[in-house]
Write a protein that binds this ligand. Structure first.
Ligand code: SAM
Length: 347
């Protein structure tokens, strides 16, 4: 039987579902493993990790092919991450080209904010519609200790610039680590009450072979809620499409912003997971907390690789997506966390 044309096999408005009936609509691209910060959870010894060579990373042309293939399968949401996505040269042109892909209705970025003062407006103009900024402390000195760089004020100006550029809401993500920044939970919660910034507390995850994660540094969302209970009752906010896996609240009825809890370990959201990840070396990863990866770069770089082959690879990975990460159970059974590097996976 002659091969059917790809347009027939993958008609427009396809919805991509996995073996557990989850719709897979969201692709996260780690654009580079390089970063201008040295955060303690990504680089536990503060030193340099082995970097990918330029040829190891997917080119922008390759990334665009993958995104177009994913969109043709029904994926419509994309996040740029890293490493630090804004350190990759040419990102603005790339963002503009993404903005022109029909069917891609939602393009987001996660950044540490260091270069945001300079890039926020351009990102918005290019069609990036949502921004998450990682910020683990409101104390400049502590910021330098956590990230290895004394640039809290620069990040704060980046946050202001993102608001001025029209990103709304601007979301701040704080990874909560006991003994590192857990004394600032109330300050962050109040920030979400007193300004229109949305703050999300993220449970620290056991990722990376030399991660600092252990039962002592980890605080679950219920403990975090307990720690801010003196601020009054948290008022639940109905989940909106932009909230992702976070459960959202307001700190009091007059709160200007929202406060979210992302609980990948204690209240995992695997049953709603709609994601695929592409690491900075071009490996597809079906689950953040499972190390299984498929080498899409090898497929892309085969002579005469067709779009159909890219789609088949994406489909195969979707079909291999595990039902859940079972991390709580794995930790209980001392199986350990996962070994992938966050800077290559992108979070
Ligand atoms: N450089 C960008 C940034 O800082 O947002 C994007 C990459 S960073 C790896 C993506 C997110 O992963 C950040 O919010 C970071 O705090 C978070 N992250 C890294 N390691 C983590 C861990 N072990 N547990 C939870 N979140 C983690």
């Amino acid at each position: 039987m002659p091969a059917r044309k790809s347009a027939e096999r993958f008609p427009e408005h396809t919805v991509l579902t996995d073996l557990f009936s989850r719709t897979i609509s969201y692709l996260r691209l780690s654009l580079t493993d390089r970063c201008n910060l040295r955060c303690i959870y990504c680089r536990p010894d503060g030193g340099e990790q082995e970097k990918l060579g330029h040829a190891d990373m997917l080119t922008y042309e390759e990334l665009l092919r993958v995104v177009r293939a994913a969109v043709s399968l029904g994926m419509n949401k994309l996040r740029l991450t890293g490493g630090e996505p804004l350190v990759r040269k040419g990102i603005m042109d790339f963002a503009r080209q993404l903005g022109e892909i029909k069917g891609l209705r939602d393009i987001r970025i996660t950044t540490n904010g260091v270069l945001l003062e300079q890039y926020a407006e351009g990102l918005r103009a290019a069609g990036i519609n949502k921004i998450n900024i990682s910020l683990d402390t409101l104390k400049p000195e502590r910021f330098a200790q956590i990230t290895g760089a004394d640039c809290f004020q620069q990040v704060w100006r980046g946050i202001e610039q993102a608001r001025a550029a029209g990103f709304s809401p601007v979301k701040l993500n704080m990874v909560v680590m006991r003994g590192v920044n857990d004394d600032e939970l109330a300050d962050f919660a109040c920030l979400s009450r007193d300004t229109n910034l949305h703050v999300r507390f993220i449970e620290f995850m056991p990722i990376g072979s030399r991660s600092r994660w252990n039962r002592d540094t980890y605080l679950c969302s219920d403990q975090i809620k307990q720690r801010i209970s003196h601020l009054g009752k948290l008022i639940p906010v109905p989940r909106s499409e932009t909230d992702g896996p976070a459960s959202m609240f307001r700190v009091g009825s007059d709160a200007k912003g929202k406060l979210g809890f992302i609980s990948p370990i204690s209240h995992h959201f695997c049953d709603r997971c709609n994601r695929l990840r592409l690491t900075s070396e071009g490996r597809l990863r079906a689950c953040l907390l499972h190390d299984a990866e498929t080498d899409l770069r090898a497929v892309l770089r085969q002579d005469g690789c067709t779009d159909e082959e890219i789609r088949e690879t994406l489909l195969a990975v979707v079909r291999s997506k595990p039902q859940g990460h079972r991390m709580e159970e794995r930790l209980r059974e001392q199986e350990g966390g996962c070994h992938g590097r966050m800077s290559r996976i992108g979070g």
